[in-house]
Design a protein around this ligand. Structure first.
Ligand SMILES: Cc1cc2nc3c(=O)[nH]c(=O)nc-3n(C[C@H](O)[C@H](O)[C@H](O)COP(=O)(O)OP(=O)(O)OC[C@H]3O[C@@H](n4cnc5c(N)ncnc54)[C@H](O)[C@@H]3O)c2cc1C
Length: 557
């Protein structure tokens, strides 16, 4: 069919306005990118279909950059720990509220339609809209970008041009299929029944409970309005026929004895999960994000979170390339970084799913002993809580090795955050109003530098007193700023008045750390004359090849 609509053109065309597409839209609009967002559905998925209900600390940190974290925290319920139970006995608890290096030491729980509502609200504030009922039918690429064939609700078709296209169009992604990208993965193939219902009993309102029994696994997540999400492993069934309420009431009784009696569900549903990861997250001018790129086991409540993190990994890179401050080569890192992060969490959640399905025998004894040991040895607090909270995510080349405080590596996340939205202090200052226990509004001291949303934030760590190894030429922030003049970077000092958390992350040495707009380390250099020259050279290496960068001041000095 010939197009009979005017040909549209945008810098980025996002296909799919689920949480991932809308978050990316907000991020790009805030960076001044011309974005077009289309979705085949006539309206967002309505209540009471709650789907993903957990938003973990790392995701909140990133959502803060687009001014949505405080709204989510204020709307959601706070969850501060994860309890592991076997046959009714508590084996251990991973304390999320003891993660020191985040302003959000809790997970916000709320129905996905609420998360989407808040994201859409922000999108509208930023001047964005979602074109509803618009279906991507086909796409083709050339050197200048992508041409997408879009079908409108009236049946007309349009050839829409965009420099870049992002397929955030969910698990059955047309973008992925049109690009011929493979989608394979783990052999985990489970069906979960889910119900949102009140529980009459002592089920803690601050804890996500994982309950393992010979009968099957069960997860209980406290939600706002006195409700709980109850998720149970069940035999495969047609998702069009939700399990009856009695199945959940019986499962709660048998698999989580002592937590209470299930009340009338507000919603029940089921979904089958076959873990899959796309072979590549990028193909030329097209990218995949969210469920279009990966489906992981819901056991850890991580799926939507990892999709949102895709959006924040990609947004600043696309904007930098479009604005001419970054070379297009930076876009190659999207697949490398996100594929590795997703593969890691997919493996962990798949293992967690299998652990939950162990029916009995020596494997059950082994599992329970390991969890109990991890609790006693502090491993649940030190390793599992940050892993679930995703605050341990790293894009370091040897990312499987944990980041070591005091030794930041390129790719590691540092506890430096975008300024909170203006309403943050009130929203976070009344935690009891959110239904959770009192928690500090922020763990960052006022003296901590803020992350620049647009370019690199170069942090100059200058301990007072003896400044590092003998002979080191400790340069001040002004000298660093002069050397970086004309580059997309702001310079900030980390002195001894910074929070203990930040000082621990940096260690005692005088260093220069360039942070990306998503809070991950881009480059680390000693705070010396040659270290500064190396940093300048590194940042110039990221600039478009055609641009002639000014001579580094340090090299001249
Ligand atoms: C019943 C259920 C329960 C779930 N529970 C959990 C949970 O407890 N925890 C968890 O982490 N995750 C859960 N999930 C998964 C979670 O909902 C997804 O990870 C999340 O929605 C992914 O967001 P997304 O934006 O990538 O994709 P989606 O939310 O799927 O959005 C994709 C959008 O693309 C649009 N679209 C599709 N094709 C086209 C096209 N050709 N043209 C234009 N638009 C198109 C769709 O209309 C849709 O709006 C659940 C999912 C289901 C179905």
């Amino acid at each position: 069919m010939e197009p009979d609509r005017p040909v549209g053109s945008s810098e980025v065309l996002i296909v799919g306005a689920g949480p991932v597409g809308v978050a990316l839209g907000c991020d790009l609009l805030q960076r001044g990118v011309r974005v077009r967002l289309v979705d085949s559905a006539a309206a967002p998925a309505p209540a009471p279909r709650s789907r993903a209900v957990l938003v973990w600390p790392r995701t909140l940190e990133l959502l803060r950059g687009i001014g949505v974290a405080e709204r989510l925290a204020a709307t959601g319920h706070r969850l501060t720990g994860i309890g592991y139970r076997s046959e009714g006995r508590l084996l251990g608890r991973a304390a999320v509220d003891r993660i020191a290096d985040t302003p959000y030491p809790f997970a916000a729980t709320l129905p996905q339609y609420e998360t989407e509502r808040l994201l859409l609200e922000r999108l509208a504030e930023l001047g964005g809209t979602v074109e509803r009922g618009v279906v991507l039918e086909d796409l083709r690429q050339d050197a200048r970008g992508v041409t997408a064939r879009l079908r409108h609700p009236d049946g007309n078709e349009e050839q829409a041009h965009a420099r870049w296209l992002v397929g955030a169009d969910g698990a059955h992604s047309s973008v992925r299929k049109k690009l011929g990208i493979g989608f394979d993965g783990d052999t985990v193939d489970v069906t979960f029944g889910i119900a949102d219902a009140p529980i009459d009993g002592p089920a803690a309102r601050d804890t996500l409970h994982y309950c393992y029994t010979a009968d099957g696994a069960l997860g209980v997540v406290p939600l706002p309005d006195g409700l709980f999400r109850v998720a149970i492993s069940i035999p495969h069934r047609d998702p069009a026929e939700p399990p009856p309420a009695g199945v959940f009431a019986e499962a709660l009784r048998r698999r989580a004895p002592g937590l209470g009696e299930l009340g009338e569900p507000r919603w029940t549903g089921s979904f089958r999960v076959r873990c899959r990861i796309a072979d590549r997250f990028r193909d030329g001018h097209c990218f995949l994000a969210g469920d279009a790129a990966h489906i992981i086991s819901p056991a850890g409540g991580q799926g939507m979170n990892y999709g949102l993190q895709d959006a924040f990994n990609l947004g600043w890179k696309l904007a930098g390339v479009l604005r001419g401050t970054l070379d297009a080569a930076v876009l190659d890192s999207y697949h490398r970084e996100r594929h590795a992060a997703v593969a890691r969490v997919a493996a962990v959640t798949a293992a967690q799913t299998r652990w939950g399905m162990i029916a009995g025998g020596p494997r059950r004894v082994l599992r329970d002993t390991l969890v109990r040991g991890a609790a006693l040895g502090g491993l649940l607090r030190r390793r599992i809580a940050p892993m679930m909270a995703q605050t341990d995510v790293s894009y370091a080349a040897d990312g499987l090795r944990r980041a070591r405080p005091g030794h930041p590596r390129p790719g590691d996340r540092l506890p430096v955050f975008a300024p909170a939205a203006p309403e943050a202090p009130e929203a976070l200052g009344a935690p009891e109003a959110l239904g959770g226990p009192a928690a500090p509004a922020t763990s960052a001291a006022p003296a901590d530098p803020a992350l620049d949303r647009d370019g690199f934030t170069v942090l100059v760590r200058r301990p007072s007193g003896p400044s590092g190894p003998a002979g080191a030429d400790d340069r001040g922030s002004a000298a660093v700023a002069a050397a970086l003049a004309g580059r997309p970077a702001v310079v900030r000092t980390v002195d001894d008045t910074a929070s203990a958390t930040l000082l621990r992350a940096f260690g005692p040495r005088p260093v220069l750390v360039a942070l990306r707009p998503d809070g991950h380390v881009q480059y680390v250099a000693p705070a010396t004359r040659s270290g500064l020259a190396d940093l300048v050279r590194h940042l110039d290496g990221l600039a478009p090849r055609t641009r002639t960068a000014p001579e580094p001041a340090a090299a001249r000095g």
